[in-house]
Design a protein around this ligand. Structure first.
Ligand SMILES: *Cc1c(COP(=O)(O)O)cnc(C)c1O
Length: 354
């Protein structure tokens, strides 16, 4: 007998981006600016009512999201960030040993963690050419034990978005009793007109779940709000397994204000997109083979030199996110912060010396 279930010992811990005083943090795909003034006002007002429990049903925020997306409120589940909704998706789809969660690799590092916490098995399919999802291979990897598939578009940490046509083909190939979660954490940064958008596909595909978040483009990562768009059946199940009162009142008020001011808040994404082009081009000029990115980060496929690059940056007070043996993800930020990154990268040899 053990006090704690033994499989937790083998679970990888989520690696947060490092915070170093005085350093430039380009490790967690956050936006450098604080939340919008209207959001700050709303959360201050909500904080004054902090003695009261939050709205358990997240009714007002859900109604606003229903308006924004043209969906009935029962088709929306709000969570403490979309990571928590990933965990809830495992909980609602996997019941026991042998149930499988499928995703591409490398992709979002939370997927293996939430799958294992939920007691499910993990099956991964390597990314294809250009660090893109290989959806045909993923469809072929589905077995009768597959319960849930995560598709991350744009893919964290490599950057490319999934195409609309290939995703529809994929959905058509997936059995109706397998959930497909399209994780659109970076949707607001997508500019490729052929990239998939999940919302228009929901009505035709009751097994599709679209995940969105206020953490990235809305600049509210610390407030913890994300949501799922799905069929009423799936959204109801997600709400059933939600941690009680999980989405706190400050977060709910902040998200409502953010939606009211979404046009001005999301205007900032255009600057990031412009900088993304500049940073990717400059890194390619330095010899780093940066793949296409539709998000607010770039991927440097440095392989075994990933940690070395991150150390090189850290010594120069720029914090990036290495994935050991694979590559480095760097957040695209303000022009000044991006210039720092480019300066630091220029003193690191893009190719190993032989
Ligand atoms: C940042 C991110 C999220 C959002 O997480 P939150 O819990 O909403 O902060 C979800 N999926 C991916 C792929 C991400 O990169």
């Amino acid at each position: 007998m053990t006090l704690i279930r033994p499989d937790l010992d083998t679970l990888p811990a989520y690696v947060p981006g490092r915070t170093v005083p005085g350093a430039t943090k380009l490790a967690s795909n956050e936006v450098a600016e604080p939340p919008a003034p209207a959001v700050l006002e709303a959360i201050a007002r909500a904080a004054a009512n902090g003695n009261r429990y939050p709205d358990l049903g997240v009714v007002e925020l859900t109604a606003r999201l229903a308006d924004v997306h043209g969906l009935a409120p029962e088709r929306i589940a709000v969570g403490c960030g979309s990571v928590t909704l990933c965990q809830q998706l495992v909980q609602v789809s996997c019941v026991g040993p042998g149930d499988e969660v499928l995703f591409a690799w490398r992709s979002f590092e939370a997927y293996p963690i939430v799958a294992r916490i939920g007691g499910a098995e993990i099956r991964t399919v390597p990314l294809g050419e250009g660090f893109r999802h290989d959806l045909d291979a993923m469809a072929a990897a589905i077995t009768e034990r597959t319960r849930l598939v995560f598709v991350c578009s744009p893919n964290n940490p490599t950057g490319p978005a999934v195409g609309r046509d290939e995703f529809v083909r994929f959905l058509d190939a997936v059995p109706a009793d397998v959930l497909v979660a399209l994780d659109e954490a970076y949707a607001e940064y997508v500019t490729d007109p052929d990239a998939v958008s999940g919302r228009p596909l929901l009505d035709a595909h009751p097994n599709l779940v679209v995940l969105r978040t206020f953490s990235k483009a809305y600049r509210m990562a610390g407030l913890r709000v994300g949501y799922a768009l799905a069929s009423a059946e799936v959204a109801t199940a997600l709400r059933k397994v939600a941690p009680p009162f999980g989405v706190n009142s400050v977060a709910q008020a902040g998200a409502i204000a953010a939606l009211e001011h979404s046009a001005e808040i999301l205007a900032g994404c255009a600057d990031v997109v412009r900088e993304r082009q500049r940073v990717a081009a400059a890194l390619r000029d330095l010899g780093f083979p940066v793949p296409d990115t539709q998000a607010n980060f770039v991927w440097l496929p440095l392989g075994e030199r990933a940690d070395e690059f991150a150390r090189h940056c850290g010594e120069r007070k720029v914090i990036v996110r290495p994935f050991q043996g694979d590559g480095v993800r760097v957040t695209v930020s303000t022009p000044q912060e991006n210039d720092l990154l480019l300066d630091v990268a220029s003193s690191f040899p893009a190719q190993p010396s032989s």
